[in-house]
Design a protein around this ligand. Structure first.
Ligand code: ADP
Ligand code: MG
Length: 648
């Protein structure tokens, strides 16, 4: 045990940040806010809380460290507990949803930003904490942005109380930590806080792009990993993938292929890392591979800046991640696989050069790299403003227009969103969150879809509502190759509902289910099977959510009485409605805009009394897509508040 403690101490002293220890302590003591920028792996997350603890800053409150990811919070807390030398949950603890090891005695506490926001509801001034370290600030998730504003205001409120002579209140220290250099924005926001740069150690990393775009990056990752294993010098491999299923797939593939290796080649050991796995498995990634073998770490972008894995010499970058953000179609979180940004690609390649010169295999072309966005767009700019407002309100911030955003949305956009939320019955006359609004805030989809789901519970057609929302999460499940347009149209007739696109989609899904997603069937019927698989993914996530967090029965079905499903959708989309005019065109009920049914819709060329639609796209005219027929009498039932007020 003594030897281990000695080793840990040596490790701590060997980290690049160690030489800056005293100056970091001094700056945090002298200033209310400090921004610390340092290369990934330099020791920010594990060391700085310990330095502050050693310097006495935990004397009047816990040191909190927030993390965007659960796995990172757990993993780092365990490591630091080991370094401090007490069991996890005593001096060092962590707190994530459904799992809290921290205790009153915890002096350092790692937590997800979601938990911190929750604690804010019961402890408005976060008086338990002396220092709040906002880690991974460069990620700019909606939650971190909200936290930024909240802790800034808490710091001021605590100072005001102290200035008024309150004896039992202590000042709050704020430390912002980031792995990317563009820290000016954080500094400006926190009263021009001092920026400290911690230099790391970096060896050169050679970048190799593919010559051709890869159609299946999991497959190319597999081939590349075995190529490295058979041809390159020792050193572990790190592969960036997008999620648990993909990681498990590749893990299996690596094990299968490994069997065919010649006996002279050592084993290639896959080590997955993702949220839902036990800690022994997780610890394995930090331990050296047995002699003669090589580890291949399979990770999501958690290994980009949150967790540093030792001995990586080769990085395989698929160029994709699941964005925490946002599917712009229905707003569902964390499902869409999207290209990463250039700055992420650079972080990923950097992981190969921590201990020696390394190699990074980018499974995309140089051209594709050039086309990536420079930086990821902050979530608040990508996500639906109404969803952001609901989150703020759910965190207890009622004055959203007065909230101190780092990137402020426009006031007019904010007012429009507030009005829409009111019409959806998420806010009451005073602008406070209603019970419906509270529930909507918890749903992982945009507010109108959340409203549809809530309504579907009342109307007992949750199954159909989930199905259709999932179907709307992709551009189109139908493929229409221009050479075979007639054939495609004919195939589609089978599924077409006279009521419009919502039920046409549902019919198609039922047919797809009855053949168990057969690919030949998809081809014959001009169904885009890739999009369909995505739909099934979204559906799985929604079912799980409704079941677990929403306390709903996701199997409740209305059978053949499908009219009520349309009524449910109207409860969320009453603003997207149009009435037939005497001249045969449609005019939107709000704004009186002439809208044209898109040629891809099953109601194209049909004349119905009233219609609702999911999206409005402007190309040469205002086209509407996802269109279904209604009876105009449903309108006032669907949104009494809205249509009542408009009439008044
Ligand atoms: P930063 O926050 O600056 O990116 P960290 O404090 O997370 O750096 O990591 C510092 C060092 O600690 C790295 O070399 C990393 O490999 C090591 N480390 C972190 N967690 C563990 C762990 N669970 N087991 C072994 N080493 C770890
Ligand atoms: Mg860190």
């Amino acid at each position: 045990i003594l030897q281990k403690a000695k080793d840990l101490k040596k490790h701590r002293q060997s980290l690049p940040i160690y030489t800056a220890r005293d100056i970091i302590i001094k700056e945090v003591k002298d200033n209310a806010c400090v921004v610390i920028v340092g290369e990934t792996g330099s020791g920010k997350t594990t060391q700085i809380p310990q330095y502050l603890l050693e310097s006495g800053l935990a004397a009047y409150g816990t040191i909190a460290v927030t993390q965007p990811r659960r796995v990172a919070a757990i993993n780092l807390a365990k490591r630091v507990a080991e370094e401090v030398g007490t069991p996890i949950g005593q001096r060092v603890g962590y707190s994530i949803r459904f799992d809290d090891t921290s205790s009153r005695d915890s002096l350092i506490k790692y937590m997800t930003d979601g938990i911190m926001l929750r604690e804010l509801l019961s402890d408005r001034l976060l008086l338990r904490y002396s220092v709040i370290i906002l880690d991974e600030a460069h990620e700019r998730t909606l939650r971190t942005d909200i936290l930024f504003g909240m802790v800034k205001s808490i710091q001021k409120q605590r100072q005001d109380l102290i200035d008024k002579g309150k004896k039992d209140v202590q000042p709050l220290k704020i430390v912002i930590m980031s792995a990317t250099l563009d820290a000016e924005k954080f500094s400006e926001y926190f009263y021009n806080a001092k920026i400290m740069y911690i230099s790391g150690r970096m060896y050169p990393v050679k970048i190799l792009n593919t010559v051709e775009p890869q159609s299946d990056y999991v497959d190319s990752a597999l081939v590349t990993a075995f190529q490295i294993h058979q041809e390159e010098a020792p050193g572990d491999i790190l592969i960036f993938l997008t999620g648990q299923e993909e990681i498990e797939n590749l893990e299996k593939l690596i094990e299968e292929y490994g069997v065919d290796l010649p006996p002279t080649v050592g084993k290639l050991i896959p080590c997955p890392i993702f949220a839902a796995q036990d800690s022994a498995t997780q610890q394995r990634i930090f331990e050296p591979a047995p002699p003669g073998t090589r580890k291949v770490i399979l990770a999501t972008n958690i290994a980009e800046t949150s967790i540093t894995i030792p001995n990586i010499c080769y990085v395989i970058d698929t160029g994709c991640h699941k964005s925490r953000g946002y599917n712009a179609k229905i707003g569902i979180e964390s499902l869409l696989v999207e290209p990463i940004s250039k700055s992420s690609a650079r972080q990923r390649s950097g992981r190969a050069g921590r201990e020696a010169p390394g190699l990074c295999f980018r499974l995309y072309t140089e051209d594709a790299f050039e086309q990536l966005e420079e930086d990821a767009v902050p979530e608040i700019k990508r996500c639906n403003l109404e969803a952001a407002i609901l989150s703020l309100k759910a965190t207890g911030i009622d004055d959203v227009t007065g909230f101190d955003f780092m990137d402020r949305p426009s006031k007019s956009g904010m007012l429009r969103s507030l009005e829409h939320l009111y019409a959806l019955e998420a806010l009451d006359d005073e602008g406070h969150l209603t019970d419906i609004g509270k529930k909507m805030a918890a749903f992982p989809v945009d507010p109108p879809f959340a409203k549809v789901l809530l309504q579907s519970e009342k109307m007992e057609c949750t199954r159909e509502a989930i199905d259709i929302i999932s179907l709307l999460s992709v551009d189109s499940i139908f493929s229409a190759p221009s050479a075979k347009r007639e054939e495609a149209n004919e195939a589609r007739q089978k599924f077409t509902s006279l009521d419009g696109d919502h039920l046409t989609l549902l019919n198609t899904l039922r047919a797809y289910e009855s053949v168990k997603g057969d690919r030949d069937w998809c081809r014959e019927n001009f169904i885009n099977s890739r999009h369909m698989r995505h739909v099934m993914d979204v559906r799985k996530q929604l079912i799980e959510f409704c079941h677990r967090a929403g306390g709903m029965d996701p199997t409740k079905s209305c059978g053949h009485d499908l009219e009520i499903v349309l009524k449910c959708f109207l409860a969320g989309f009453f603003q997207n409605t149009a009435l037939l005019q005497p001249d045969g065109t449609y005019k939107s009920i709000i704004g009186g805009q002439t809208v044209s049914v898109h040629p891809s819709s099953s109601l194209f060329g049909k004349k119905r009394e009233a219609i609702m639609y999911n999206e409005l796209v402007f190309t040469t005219k205002h086209y509407i897509r996802g269109v279904s027929a209604l009876e105009s009498a449903w309108l006032s039932q669907a949104a009494p508040k809205y249509f009542g007020r408009r009439q008044a």
